[in-house]
Structure formats: C-alpha cells, structure tokens
Design a protein around this ligand. Structure first.
Ligand code: SAH
Length: 458
C-alpha cells in the first residue's frame, strides 16, 4: 500500500482552498459538510455556496484572486485549485516550506493528500480511492456501493454507538467482540434497515440481557421472472441474510447462489400437478421455522402477490403471530413484456391490461370470456400454455377477431428466451407442431404487433 487512508475529525482539520472552479466547489462543499475550519480564496463563487459559507461560523471567503503572497494562517491543509499552474506550483512550495500538507487538483503525481469519494451514512462513512489514478473507476465503485448501502446504515451506526458504553460496562473486554459479532449477525440490523425501530430495540435488549427473542421472522420475497439482475436490492439483502430458504421451481438457480452457504435450502416445488410439498405443508413449515427463531425466506418467482399464493402463506404467519415482510418482485407480465418489446399498454393500442390465470381444471376453463374481449385491452395469461387451444377457441367463439395477434413468451428474461408470434386462429396449430417449454406467458392483443419494431433482445 503506497497510500494511507485516515479519518480526520472535521473540526480539527483546518483548510485553505484556493480557487472557485467546479473542482474547488466540490471540495468546499465536502469540507463544509464535515465542519472543517475553512478559508476560501476565490474571485467568484456560486450564490448558494456563498450562503453556505456565510452560515458556517468556522468558514470564510476572501473574494479575490490569489497571488503568491497568500497567507495560509494556521491551516494545516491546503487545496490548490486555481487555473494557473505556475501559481499552484509556487503556492505549493510555499505551503510545504511552512509545514502544511498540499493537494493540487491540476496534477496527480505530487500531492500530499487527495480526497476519496465518500458514501456518507454518517456516522458510517465508506471511502473509495484509486489513489488518484482512475477517477472514473472511483465514481463507478462509489455508485455501486451507494446502491447496496441503504440510508438506514446511519441509524444502525447511531444505534451501535449509543450501545457501546453500556456494553463496555456490562461485559468484560474479552467477551465484547463475541457479543458484537452475535449482535451484528442477528436480526437487529435488518429490523433497523427495514425501519422497525421498536422491534430492533426489543431484540437488541434481549441480546444484551442474554434472553434472545424466541420468534424469528419470515420474508415473502419476489425473485422476479428469472434474470437475476431484476432482483430488488431488498430481495438480495434478505436472500443473503436468511437462515432457511423455501424456494419454488420458478426461481432461477443463479439466484439461489446468493443464499448464504450456511443456510438450509428446501425445494417446495410448484411444477404443475407436481407439488413437492402441498400448500398447507409449506405454510406450516414457514410458521414452524420462524417459531424456532430462524430468519425464514420464502422465495417465489415473479411477484408473490400475483398468482403466487403469497396471500395464503402470510395469512398463516399473521394468525400465528410471526412477524413478516413482503417484498415485491417483477411479475412475469412486466418482465416478459419488457424483454420482448411488447408494451402492455400503448395509446394507439390498449388503454388497459388484464392479468388472468389460464390454469385449467379437467381441460375446462371458466374464465369470464365476455369481459376479456375488449378492443383496447391487452390480455396476459399466466399458466396458460397447455390451455392454448381451448383459450384461442373460446375467444373466437366470443367474437374476438381471428387475426388478433398473440405472443407466447417462453422463459422470459432468461438467456434462452424465445418469443413466438401468431394469431389466435393459428396459434393452436403452431403449439401442436413446436415443443414449447415452461414457463411460458401468453399476451393477446394488438400491442403484440409492436414486437416486430420494438424487440431489442434476440
Ligand atoms: N408469481 C408469478 C407467477 C406465478 S404463476 C409472477 O408474478 O410472475 C406461474 C406462471 O407465470 C407460469 O406458468 C408462466 O405463465 C408465468 N411465468 C413466470 N415466469 C415466467 C418467465 N420467466 N417466462 C414466461 N412466463 C413466466
């Protein structure tokens, strides 16, 4: 390591910033935020920054061009950001001869210190630096980390800070590290991040008293239609923190790789007419595992509240008094529509969209056919693949035009997605001749004609 990251107390680090351009302004804002004693020497500054400096008792602005006679007063750190390289050089030499540390923003090879990019969840700070070598990489890393660190990490940091003194008094030094490890791996951080402060505090108190709550928590999480990139941040966080996972067939195995290696994983089926565990069994399993104090993840394809029986599962959890969270996922209709270039609504084609299930019992289907036939409505049919002949025939019998376009989207959002386009008159024969694999979603309506123009995935 050639560089040394340190965290300074802002009010103990006094700065002079020379220059008022964009880069200087960014540094000034950072230093103001950290309450650093600050002197700015610049002929001009944007109005809002002037105001901020005026409102900060520890900061002042000299509105003038700097020259070589500049007096750095008692500042320990000097940021040189004028557009005059020679002046920067001369001021750097002077500042150093007076024992100050210098950052010149016009070059990267001769700095005593540089500013890292900061993800600010104060009191939690994450700093990223590529040692001045690749600002674009620094920004890229910062953006990625920003997305993975919810704002509530600030609350978590504050809570831990507020407990420190008590823990110090209660536990001998050699037990503290183990306590904090247990605490940070408990459900407290998740409760803080999902903004349940009372429960977080109760569990934290129980951990301190050594009488941990007996009941865990259940998470009903939508894993989206397949592409792991379509998971929500919250889904990913809960997948990574679960102690036990019950997942069904539609969940992409690549998503299961995010589960902690220490967690127990159970496949609870859901292939049509092959329920590895009957629904009542699943509901009871969730309740039982949570009551054992575990963090239980019920991972479902798409969105748990759209043809996912999510409602039934949490009903039992609610009845049993098990705390739970529900995390929405991208439903197959949205995922398949986007990845096949078929907008579900469009001002020229459809003002409404209807999601129905085409799951047939004994080859019959009791859908409200009359309601489904609407000139400006898109019809999305989940679980309809085997019923295609019946569905298309019924729609035509109820006066839907035989040339109405229909799309079957096979394995939507996955690398081997296939889109099959036809009309409701011809699709039954097409399906009979081709082998289509589940899961497949059916979209019917004039929006399907847009696929030709808007398809962006092969
Ligand atoms: N809760 C899920 C739907 C479960 S019903 C959701 O919100 O998406 C299962 C049906 O969803 C399948 O029969 C199929 O019609 C559809 N489906 C789910 N994932 C799909 C995918 N990746 N591609 C195409 N259809 C999919």
């Amino acid at each position: 390591m050639m560089n040394l990251p340190l965290v300074f107390r802002g009010d103990h680090a006094s700065f002079v910033v020379v220059g008022g351009g964009n880069i200087a302004q960014r540094k000034i804002r950072t230093l103001l935020q950290a309450n650093c004693p600050l002197q700015v020497v610049a002929p001009e500054l944007p109005h809002d920054l002037q105001q901020q400096i005026l409102n900060s008792p520890q900061a002042n602005w000299q509105a003038r061009l700097a020259d070589e006679s500049l007096d750095f007063a008692d500042a320990g750190f000097v940021v040189l950001a004028t557009d005059n390289g020679e002046l920067n050089q001369a001021l750097a030499t002077k500042a150093r001869s007076e024992g100050r540390k210098v950052c010149r923003v016009d070059q990267t090879t001769d700095n005593d210190f540089i500013f890292p990019a900061v993800i600010d969840r104060s009191p939690v700070l994450v700093a990223v630096s590529t040692s001045g070598g690749s600002p674009a990489l620094t920004r890229y890393l910062k953006e990625r980390l920003e997305a993975f660190l919810p704002l509530e990490y600030a609350d978590l940091g504050n809570l831990m800070q507020s407990l420190r003194e008590r823990i110090k008094q209660k536990l001998p030094a050699k037990e503290r590290a183990a306590f904090w490890r247990r605490w940070i791996h408990s459900n407290v951080p998740e409760l803080v991040i999902s903004r349940q402060p009372e429960r977080a505090e109760a569990l934290s108190e129980a951990l301190i008293a050594g009488s941990e709550e007996t009941c865990g928590e259940a998470y009903l999480v939508g894993a989206g239609p397949g592409d792991p990139d379509l998971l929500t941040f919250r889904a990913l966080r809960l997948i990574q923190s679960a102690d036990v996972v019950y997942y069904d067939r539609l969940v992409n195995p690549r998503i299961l790789e995010f589960i902690s290696p220490d967690a127990e994983k159970f496949y609870v089926g859901k292939a049509k007419s092959d329920h590895a565990v009957p629904q009542e069994g699943i509901n009871q399993l969730l309740v039982k595992s949570a009551q054992q104090g575990k963090r239980v993840l019920r991972l479902k394809g798409g969105d748990p509240f759209i043809f996912g029986r999510g409602g039934e599962e949490i009903e039992e959890l609610a009845e049993a008094g098990v705390p739970f969270q529900v995390v929405p996922g991208i439903t197959a209709a949205s995922g398949c529509a986007s990845y096949s270039g078929i907008p579900l609504t469009h001002r020229d084609h459809a003002q409404s969209v209807r999601f129905v299930t085409g799951h047939l019992k004994d080859g019959t289907c009791n859908l409200p056919w009359h309601e489904l036939i609407h000139p400006h409505q898109t019809l999305v049919i989940y679980m309809g693949l085997t019923g295609i002949p019946v569905i298309c025939q019924q729609l035509m019998d109820h006066d839907m035009a035989a040339d109405t376009p229909i799309a079957l989207i096979e394995k939507g959002t996955l690398p081997d997605q296939k889109v099959h386009i036809s009309t409701i008159a011809d699709m039954p024969a097409y399906v009979a001749e081709h082998t289509l694999q589940a899961p497949t979603l059916t979209v019917i309506g004039s929006v399907v004609s847009l696929h030709e123009k808007l398809a962006w995935k092969s």
